[in-house]
Design a protein around this ligand. Structure first.
Ligand SMILES: Nc1nc2c(ncn2[C@@H]2O[C@H](COP(=O)(O)OP(=O)(O)OP(=O)(O)O)[C@@H](O)[C@H]2O)c(=O)[nH]1
Ligand SMILES: [Mg+2]
Length: 217
């Protein structure tokens, strides 16, 4: 499904990485303009080191890309986005890369509405690690119904591909979550990732059909 997505530019971040230190750039409000009600959504971006978590987030927030690699400790971005006619403010937690020994930190399980799980299509090991991260999230939350988007980044590295499109799609299908391949470098499918996670969160919070019909006596 294609979403009607409209980024209504705003940004603030706490940054530990040199490539994300630009000043806050929120849209100016007119005097006496009533504050708009925005739904707040909190999303963690997780995955193995150097798969492009920061690059994907920075490309979304600031429309820029750097070839330099600065391992993150943690960055937080606040970005306004309009999806299917509704305005949201997403708080994006761009985490430090995880590896096979990483234990899921408690702060990434409390108050999080969804997860963007990133691997690199040019790194098979990162695909294994993302499965491990997913297991840890589901285990910590005690449910399979966690809004997630699986993202195969670095799709421009065509000649270095180690994970096929089909393997990515199959994993996402198994998990029952959204999937896309991206290139932070070429800004391909980057906004889509964040529209998708909002939609996954919306689905999760939509009123459910009752399983059994009530009978009125
Ligand atoms: N070709 C290409 N390079 C990318 C892409 N995304 C990121 N990179 C590069 O990959 C390297 C790592 O990117 P980061 O965004 O710092 O990766 P990260 O996952 O945030 O890394 P950690 O914070 O250490 O976990 C950098 O040199 C980026 O320029 C992409 O889509 N294509
Ligand atoms: Mg990073």
């Amino acid at each position: 499904m294609t979403s009607r997505l409209n980024l209504f530019k705003s940004r603030s971040n706490l940054s530990t990485s040199p490539n994300t230190t630009a000043p806050s750039n929120r849209m100016a409000k007119r005097p006496n303009e009533p504050p708009k009600m925005q739904k707040q959504r909190r999303v963690a971006v997780m995955g193995f080191r150097a798969v492009g978590k920061t690059s994907v987030t920075v490309q979304f927030a600031e429309k820029g890309f750097s070839e330099d690699y600065h391992p993150s400790i943690e960055n937080t971005f606040h970005i306004g986005i309009k999806v299917n006619g509704k305005e949201y403010e997403i708080e994006i937690i761009d985490t430090a890369g995880q590896d096979e020994y990483s234990l899921l930190q408690r702060q990434y399980t409390v108050g999080m509405h969804g997860y963007v799980l990133v691997y690199s299509i040019a790194n098979k090991y990162s695909f294994d690690i993302v499965k491990n991260i997913n297991d840890q999230i589901l285990n910590a939350l005690g449910t399979e119904k966690v809004p997630r988007v699986l993202v195969g980044n670095q799709k421009d590295l065509v000649s270095q591909r180690e994970v096929s499109l089909e393997d990515g799609q199959a994993l996402a299908q198994r998990w029952g979550c959204a999937f896309t391949e991206t290139s932070a470098k070429l800004n391909e499918n980057i906004s889509k990732v964040f529209a998708m996670i909002i939609e996954e969160i919306q689905k999760d919070s939509a009123p459910k059909e009752p399983k059994t019909a009530c009978s009125v006596m």
